[in-house]
Write a new protein. Structure first.
Length: 557
């Protein structure tokens, strides 16, 4: 017998025997539901045998036989009613437990989000992909799916999605392409560090989505609920179905603000801020500009995160302001890093350490933020240093810049496209899905071991476009991704350490060292970040003009 717990109210199981009932009762269950018709299998005990043992154990029972593969909408409604009437928790079973899990999933479709249902079922070992349309449709079988069909469907209208669409259009102008994204506004997120440092105004980093969708590309303003890769279909909220010949997945990642206890309640007040949100980056500058003394914490969660250098960029720009305004000696800067190194590529650490010393910042490694008490201005960290027992430490602060934990979006994490960690499972060189040949992914959502930055997406978009074009032409992938990513580390106002690297930490500079030596802080790199990269983003990358990003084709001897 297996206990496959779906929720506090329900556990499901494959077929049980009468001898298992006593153990079910000892485990605290108060009712048993049988979803398997009598006589379905040669070795199957009858429901009456189970009922007799359940009565001896003081359990209530219910018999709701459902034919395998034929779960009706009415069956799900009836099970939902049973769950409300029976004392809980309930133990349900069938031949494998799948029917019981399916009935639960459909019965909860009007109560829980589809992604929550899929994740809970998946955690118990049950894949609900076969009924995902019904779940999205409130637990009922759709009668009119209103299918749309495109040559290429792109999930996500961020930097990666729009750049990929533009690069595809430049190669294949006749392609019928659709971008799926519910957002009204598109953000230049690399600019938020500069907003938090008092360099950019926040409104310069935002434009309407409609103004950026490439000409000839259809924008469907809707959220994705689920994928059916076996049917070449994407299911939207409301159970609309969009079908495709080829799919590109690039919705970015999810900032898990709720992953830190108390954080959501105190963001934007009590001295707690983050450059990872458009509306909070100005508050960062407000705090930095107004701070004359006290303790400033800067946190970095476990990897992977979007732009791994961003947490320390906030620290450096803040320290620089305090240095220039002669208050640095009164401010205690603490960098709280869940990892064990300042930066993942060792070649850049010497230059960064000079600024750590300049700002007299304390580096606290293996410190993961777990809770915040905003009104009391206290932050608690779990410390997990090697060869030491884990412990919690609580630190007072006057200002705290938080980088939140980051995970794959819910609808990706529970989908057939995800690996065991929840990220889209791709070949790291071609960016093609490992299991589905007509699916590609790029940007923050995929599991290639590269830095999650806009600069990486800028390089990846032409590679994906090139390889999809080759696939349409009946050929093999023509371009390979080397893991390129860039992190302009703003170490002071006017100077940047321009980190550019690929897989394995290999240095991949875009310019000769006499122009920009990325291992040193330079004025040229600052000019690139402040004056050149924003227009490159808006006018080149998002329009399919592949400045310093044209893919190198694979040479076949």
């Amino acid at each position: 017998m297996e206990f496959k717990k779906i929720s506090d109210d329900l556990t499901v199981s494959p077929q049980i025997s009468p001898a298992d009932v006593a153990e079910i009762a000892r485990a605290g269950y108060r009712a048993i539901v049988c979803h398997r018709p009598d006589g379905e299998g040669m070795d199957q005990p009858s429901f009456e045998e189970i009922r007799a043992m359940a009565r001896e154990a003081g359990l209530e029972v219910a018999y709701q036989p459902v034919i395998s593969g034929r779960v009706q909408d009415e069956d799900a409604q009836s099970f939902g009613q049973l769950m409300r009437e029976l004392p809980g928790p309930v133990f349900a079973y069938c031949r494998t437990g799948t029917r019981s899990a399916t009935l639960w999933a459909l019965s909860q479709a009007k109560v829980l989000e589809a992604t929550t249902i899929l994740e809970m079922a998946k955690s118990a070992g049950y894949d609900m992909a076969g009924v995902v349309r019904r779940i999205v449709n409130g637990g009922k079988t759709p009668t009119d799916t209103g299918d749309a069909k495109f040559d290429v469907v792109i999930v996500g209208g961020g930097a990666a999605g729009i750049a990929a669409a533009s690069s595809l259009r430049s190669r294949k102008p006749d392609l019928d392409i659709a971008i799926l994204d519910p957002a009204d506004v598109h953000y230049y997120q690399p600019g938020w560090t500069m907003v938090g440092g008092g360099v950019f105004d926040a409104d310069t980093t935002a434009r309407t989505m409609a103004s950026l969708i490439p000409k000839g590309v259809r924008w469907i303003q809707a959220a994705v609920a689920a994928f059916e890769p076996e049917n070449n279909a994407v299911i939207l909220d409301g159970c609309r179905v969009v079908k495709y010949d080829r799919l590109v997945v690039c919705p970015g990642l999810k900032l898990d603000w709720h992953g830190v206890e108390g954080l959501v309640e105190t963001l934007g007040k009590n001295g707690v801020t983050s450059n990872y949100r458009y509306d909070l980056a100005p508050y960062t500058w407000e705090l930095v500009h107004g701070m004359k003394s006290g303790r400033a914490l800067f946190t970095q969660p476990p990897m992977p995160i979007k732009c791994a250098g961003a947490p320390q960029k906030a620290m450096y720009l803040s320290g620089d302001h305090w240095f220039r305004t002669n208050v640095l000696r009164n401010i205690d800067i603490q960098f709280m890093n869940a990892g064990g190194v300042l930066f993942g590529v060792k070649d850049y650490i010497p230059a960064l350490m000079k600024y750590v010393r300049r700002y007299n910042a304390s580096l606290n490694f293996f410190h993961t933020l777990v809770s915040v008490d905003g009104p009391a201005k206290m932050a608690t960290f779990k410390v997990t240093k090697p060869d030491e027992a884990p412990r919690d430490v609580t630190v007072e602060f006057d200002m705290m810049h938080v980088c939140p934990p980051q995970v794959a979006p819910d609808f990706i994490r529970v989908s057939p496209l995800a690996d065991s960690a929840g990220w889209v499972d791709v070949d790291q060189n071609t960016l093609r899905h490992k299991s589905y040949d007509n699916i590609w992914a790029l940007g923050d959502v995929m599991n290639a071991p590269n830095a999650k930055t806009a600069a990486a997406a800028r390089i990846q978009a032409p590679i994906v476009a090139e390889n999809i074009s080759a696939d349409i032409d009946g050929g093999s992938p023509r371009a390979l991704y080397n893991g390129y990513g860039s992190c302009p580390l703003t170490v002071e106002k006017g100077k940047i350490v321009l980190a550019e690297f690929g897989y394995g930490g290999a240095l991949l500079p875009s310019f000769p060292r006499w122009v920009i030596d990325g291992t040193k802080p330079t004025r040229a790199a600052w000019i690139l970040k402040e004056q050149i990269l924003p227009p490159v983003y808006w006018k080149a990358m998002l329009r399919g003009k592949e400045w310093l990003a044209k893919p190198v084709e694979i040479k076949v001897d």
